[in-house]
Design a protein around this ligand. Structure first.
Ligand SMILES: NC(=O)c1ccc[n+]([C@@H]2O[C@H](COP(=O)([O-])OP(=O)(O)OC[C@H]3O[C@@H](n4cnc5c(N)ncnc54)[C@H](O)[C@@H]3O)[C@@H](O)[C@H]2O)c1
Length: 407
């Protein structure tokens, strides 16, 4: 393929060096020093394996660099955009470089008759690519692809060649086919998604990495204060791929509750206070859980109706454990606000409930017996239906119901 790469920073240089093994690559940068270095067979960045790839690419005449965008666009069928998107003062991404380079590319593409694919690799907030298409690429013979980059500096070549997956969002089928060709030497699953999802995916991945680092460090500080080896603890945590390092507990849904998580989190925070260890991330977990409950309350209230049914009451499906169930909190709230409330949960029957569960329920919702229904059909007449567990209610649903799905 004939490829132009815009922006010869970490991403652009690594991409150029690797692609030059089997393609005709021209790198473009506004910085003539970087361009000069590459044309002399030297890498402008320090990165394992890149020096040799650049040297080989230039020697084989597969790689050159220029400051001339026109030459690069006219001499390529596909452009990869890797310009920087640094932080503004307010924390937002600075999209000036991206905007400028796409405007330039759009003007140059107008001079071409053939189809041109523009692949954006610069990290940008959701909506950016669609905005740029609207602004610069409407009615042009052009494909636009957003393809987030997951490489890490220090192991960038390895990461490029062996990514967790390849994610693309494209505006036409031809771009998808070209992207398959573009990645034919990378043995990794290619996933197609929407522009906004692909854009936020990159940002969320980095947020998640930051979260993991901070969590690991907080556990480390806590353990140190108790003379425990935090690395050993985290090694054991990471060994559990069923619950700890897994998909479990990571999908958006409703707040946590139950007899274990709130209790042990509280006790953990008590222990941190005893040792005067400051753990802001873990210390704020319950605050975020409260925010989730409040968001659900706001969602239900936003319908401006006065009757609501809750399908599911226990803290999770398949149990009758009601202790610290966030759904009980919801029910309490709406009873307090004067709503007509109905509850259905096949696992929660006053006749069968015993011990701590029964006591808890009668204490939290004193008139619960009048609100609990044994048959799902009996609760379907409320104006708002709140689905707390995974009930299949499609067959029961009547018109003009407001559904709030918290499952
Ligand atoms: N560095 C990483 O590890 C990494 C990993 C994944 C994604 N990303 C993302 O990739 C993008 C690039 O990151 P980077 O670290 O390579 O950036 P960088 O700042 O190192 O390099 C950007 C380059 O773009 C050039 N440039 C600016 N405007 C230009 C224009 N109009 N035409 C041509 N060149 C232009 C600059 O001169 C610079 O050399 C960013 O959005 C970043 O968030 C970076």
């Amino acid at each position: 393929m004939k490829i132009s790469i815009f922006g010869l920073g970490y991403v652009g240089v690594v991409t150029s060096a690797i692609l030059a093994r089997n393609n005709q690559v021209v790198g473009v940068d506004v910085n003539p020093v970087k361009v000069d270095l590459i044309n002399k067979g030297n890498s402008p960045i320090i990165e394992t394996d890149v020096d040799k790839l650049i040297k080989d690419g230039v020697e084989n005449n597969n790689l050159k660099a220029t400051t001339d965008s026109k030459e690069a666009i006219l001499d390529s069928d596909l452009s990869v955009v890797c310009v920087g998107t640094p932080s503004n003062q307010d924390g937002s991404h600075n999209l000036n470089y991206l905007d400028k380079v796409l405007s330039e590319i759009s003007d140059l593409i107008k001079e071409k008759d053939s189809y041109h694919l523009v692949v954006i690799r610069s990290t940008s907030p959701p909506g950016t690519t669609e905005e740029m298409i609207e602004k610069y690429f409407k009615n042009l013979n052009v494909g636009i692809c957003f393809n987030p980059e997951f490489l890490r500096e220090g192991s960038a070549v390895k990461d490029y060649i062996n990514p967790p997956y390849i994610v693309i969002a494209c505006n036409d089928d031809k771009s998808i086919e070209l992207m398959k060709e573009f990645y034919k030497e990378v043995d990794s699953e290619l996933l197609i998604t929407s522009f906004k999802e692909a854009e936020i995916l990159k940002i969320v991945s980095n947020v998640f990495h930051a979260l993991k680092i901070v969590f690991g460090n907080e556990i480390g500080r806590f353990c140190e204060s108790y003379g425990i080896d935090g690395r050993n603890v985290m090694d054991l945590i990471c060994k559990d791929k069923k619950l700890n390092i897994s998909e479990k507990y990571l999908k958006p849904g409703f707040a946590y509750g139950g007899s274990c998580l709130p209790k042990d989190l509280k006790s953990f925070l008590y222990l941190t206070k005893q040792k005067d260890v400051c753990l802001p991330l873990i210390g704020n977990i319950s605050l975020s859980n409260e925010a989730q409950i409040n968001a659900a309350i706001n969602k239900i209230q936003s319908h401006n109706k006065k009757s609501v049914s809750f399908l599911g009451l226990s803290f999770k499906p398949g149990t009758d454990d009601l202790r610290e169930s966030p759904y009980v909190r919801l029910v309490e709230h709406f009873i307090g606000k004067g709503y007509s409330v109905k509850i259905y949960d096949p696992n929660v029957s006053l006749a069968k409930l015993m011990g701590a569960n029964k006591e808890y329920l009668e204490r939290e919702i004193p008139h619960i017996s009048q609100l609990l229904y044994e048959d799902m059909d009996d609760v379907m007449d409320s104006e708002i239906l709140v689905i707390n567990h995974n009930f299949d209610i499609k067959s029961n649903i009547q018109d003009k119901k407001y559904l709030v799905d918290l499952s």
